[in-house]
Design a binder for this molecule. Structure first.
Ligand code: GUN
Length: 281
């Protein structure tokens, strides 16, 4: 029998801890913790994500500064905004919602976020520190996965972990976190040969591909821990993950559902990173 990993319950527990730290910060310093969010354009999914991030800040007592720029914003406009947020001492974290409109140079914009305010954990310095297993701001989605695996008491040390997906935002930092926790890690991607056999050897399987029901029962080892990072919509518009949940679940020891698994943890870890950034300031 599998155990469902309940991302909402883990989130609620961690948000309680965050709230207490926010209150303590306010009492000790007599000022707020501030998170600036930058949204350029009107991508509907990004608008939903940004709205949810701002609401989550409010619930935890973090002051949010929403900055909306039109689709037509010039490189210079966005850069000037990020520079002013970088200098503002009331702001402890800066989040530029991705993807940016295609005409903008994403790297040049993200490079303007100071390492200590990079609450997404995307900058080269934070990724480098993560690779060297040093203190850093860790990318929110993979950090959320780790927090759930640890809280559930799943054994990571010495286990075979397979990550499907090699994005800078999820796959690569996920692999590093598992490696830092002493797993033996394989990263698979669209050019991987023998994907099924590699996955079948996984004690921990993390799916971050972005294709609905990509992971089927024949790819999963009996007793595996399966983590589904995917957020896809099927032809009926219903949310579904990268894992064929109904077919796979009975082979698992633990599995995350979609929705209600990894998703709620991503925003929680953003709040967590923002509090850490403020406490270190
Ligand atoms: N777009 C999709 N996921 C993310 C995320 O975690 N952070 C930012 N900034 N943009 C995203």
């Amino acid at each position: 029998m599998y155990k469902l990993i309940d991302g909402k319950a883990h989130s609620a527990r961690i948000r309680g801890e965050i709230k207490a730290r926010v209150e303590q910060y306010k009492k000790a310093r007599g000022s707020d913790i501030g998170l600036a969010v930058v949204l350029v354009g009107s991508d509907p999914a990004s608008q939903v994500y940004v709205r949810n991030k701002i609401r989550a800040c409010e619930e935890c007592g973090i002051k949010s500064f929403a900055n909306y720029l039109p689709e037509t914003a010039r490189q210079k406009d966005v850069e000037e905004l990020v520079k002013s947020l970088a200098e503002d001492e009331n702001i402890h974290g800066i989040l530029v919602q991705l993807p940016l409109p295609a005409h903008l140079d994403e790297k040049a914009i993200l490079d303007l976020i100071p390492v200590e305010k990079d609450v997404d954990g995307f900058c080269e310095e934070n990724i480098g520190r993560l690779c060297m297993n040093r203190d850093c701001l860790v990318a929110c989605t993979p950090n959320g996965v780790m927090q759930m695996l640890k809280a559930e008491g799943t054994e990571i040390k010495g286990k075979n972990a397979v990550v499907i997906g090699r994005s800078n935002i999820v796959g690569k930092p996920m692999a590093m976190l598992l490696l830092n926790a002493d797993a033996t890690v394989t990263v698979c991607h669209s050019k991987t040969a023998n994907l099924k056999e590699i996955c079948r050897n996984a004690d921990i399987l993390v799916a971050a591909i972005g294709r609905a029901k990509f992971v089927t029962a024949d790819m999963v080892k009996d007793g595996a821990v399966v983590v589904d990072v995917g957020i896809n919509r099927n032809s009926d518009g219903k949310l579904c993950g990268d894992v064929d949940f109904d077919a796979v679940r009975d082979k698992c020891s633990y599995i995350t559902p979609v929705p209600g698994g990894v998703g709620p943890m991503t925003i929680t870890m953003l709040l967590y990173n923002t509090v850490c950034a403020a406490e270190r300031s």
